[in-house]
Ligand binder design. Structure first.
Ligand SMILES: C[S@@+](CC[C@H](N)C(=O)[O-])C[C@H]1O[C@@H](n2cnc3c(N)ncnc32)[C@H](O)[C@@H]1O
Length: 459
């Protein structure tokens, strides 16, 4: 009988796909991908998509759980789009992540010896309360809901929002701020921004925390150029000395035009500070603006950057390129072992931070420029010995790989948050004479399928 959409089937999950979904099998051998199922689970699921080579299904019920399935810690686990792997012991999460890096290198990177090239993953000492940045949304739970909710999106939903009452990857202070904002919104009967009707006020709430400094930045984002309750909003946090910056950002959306952000500092300092420890025991301070990228897990950022240093093997003689440099973290981390570091970054406020961070830490051998790596690479007034890249999820792509290889660096250290795109780019580098020495996976995001890697390429 031909399978139909909406039909419920039973299957056993044998693998995890990249992206975290469980893989089962249809009777005819096609793979079926199911969110929330893990290897070893026997499940009932309803088919939602049927394609020539595969199918997708929603989990209905676990008929027999996998031996290593555990109860999730968080009460929102079943609906939240956040920590989808809480049903796995942390050690099992790490094993699956490591396997997925090997698989990406073998399949996408075409590396037959991928098993030997991947080092054992470095996990977190404590896999909870790790995030230094939380983004909450405003909305209703469903179209029949009359209350304004302040929290997160349910899995697979981009508009609906449920009230987050507990979150074990944020922090206690972030939970307290969230609660105060929710009460404030309801007391003042504020509206949320509705994408469909292009009306309403509140869009999102960002809470950033310097885990090593204790500083907190709050940023309330609205879709209106008016916010009447500025004073009351600031007063909400006056008894919390940790809150050192409060922003209200008005955003303007127009189809076909990049979203405009108008930042208004309502209270405190324009930037928040975080501190990172280097392996030699020294530490660096970083100023971070609301729009600037900063690694969301401070403790593991220190581990990640230490791995970059290890891979780069700097002796103080090398010119180092830090491409996609954000607030200058990696370049400045390397600066005391380099002749000179040169950073390029698209986000102008992050580059402004990088320059401030250079001064803040008394560093003189660094140079930063705002712009697209693809366009500005040749503006760097030096030839690199070592190139460090840390691009967004999409990776470098062949055009940038070609340009980097054009400089003929001895080493390329590639920091990546997407193993499949990393493997693709490793293949591009291999075609240009660079050999992969190893990949070091580092877990920055426990309870999610995300995995960061440091890859070393040499010629
Ligand atoms: C994964 S983050 C890494 C930032 C930094 N290395 C760090 O560890 O904090 C990637 C950075 O690339 C920047 N970016 C994205 N596309 C870019 C491009 N085409 N050219 C330059 N920078 C870009 C983003 O703004 C972001 O800061």
């Amino acid at each position: 009988m031909q399978l139909q959409k909406g039909q419920t089937i039973t299957t056993e999950i044998t693998k995890l796909a990249f992206g975290g979904r469980g893989i089962g099998q249809l009777d005819d051998g096609r793979k079926v991908f199911v969110e929330g199922a893990i290897p070893g689970d026997k499940i009932e699921c309803t088919l939602t998509k049927i394609k020539k080579n595969y199918a997708e299904a929603d989990l209905v019920r676990i008929v027999a759980p996998a031996k290593n399935r555990i109860d999730a810690k968080c009460k929102h686990f079943d609906r939240c789009g956040g920590c989808k792997w809480q049903m796995l012991e942390y050690k099992d999460q790490l094993k699956y992540k490591e396997d997925q890096v090997r698989e990406a290198l073998a399949h996408t990177g075409g590396l037959a010896d991928s098993a030997d090239l991947v080092k054992p993953i470095i996990g977190c000492d404590y896999p909870w309360l790790y995030r230094n940045k939380m983004e909450f949304s405003f909305g209703n739970e469903s179209k029949d809901d009359a209350e304004v909710r302040v929290g997160l999106h349910p899995a697979g939903r981009r508009v609906d929002v449920f009230d987050v009452e507990e979150c074990f990857i944020g922090s206690e202070i972030a939970a307290e701020i969230l609660l105060r904002v929710r009460t404030f919104v309801r007391d003042h009967k504020l509206s949320f921004y509705n994408h469909k009707t292009d009306t309403g006020l509140l869009s999102s709430l960002f809470i950033r925390e310097g885990k090593n400094t204790g500083e907190i930045m709050i940023n309330l984002v609205t879709c209106s150029s008016e916010f009447k309750h500025k004073k009351e909003f600031v007063e909400l946090f006056q008894d919390l000395p940790e809150v050192t910056s409060i922003y209200w950002t008005a955003i303007k959306r127009k189809r076909g035009v990049p979203t405009q952000h108008y930042e208004n500092l309502l209270y405190g300092k324009p930037t928040m500070e975080e501190e990172l420890k280097r392996p030699d025991g020294t530490s660096l301070k970083f100023k971070i603006s609301p729009q600037s990228f900063f690694q969301p897990n401070t403790k593991q950022a220190e581990v990640l950057y230490a791995e970059v240093l290890k891979a780069a093997e700097l002796t103080g003689e090398q010119n180092v390129f830090d491409l996609y440099c954000g607030t200058g973290t990696i370049g400045l981390f390397c600066s005391n072992n380099a002749k000179m570091v040169y950073g390029i970054e698209l986000n102008e406020s992050a580059v402004k931070n990088a320059k401030q961070n250079m001064i803040l830490n008394g560093i003189e051998n660094a140079w930063f420029k705002a712009g697209n790596v693809d366009a500005k690479l040749y503006d760097i007034p030096a030839v690199p010995d070592v190139v460090i890249v840390d691009p967004p999820r999409s990776g470098l792509g062949e055009k940038v790989v070609e340009k980097v290889c054009g400089f003929d660096p001895k080493k390329i250290v590639y920091v990546s948050c997407d193993p499949v795109n990393l493997a693709r780019d490793i293949k591009f580098f291999a075609e240009r004479g660079y050999k992969l020495s190893y990949v070091q996976p580092v877990d920055m995001f426990p309870h999610t399928y995300h995995i960061e890697n440091v890859a070393l390429l040499v010629r």
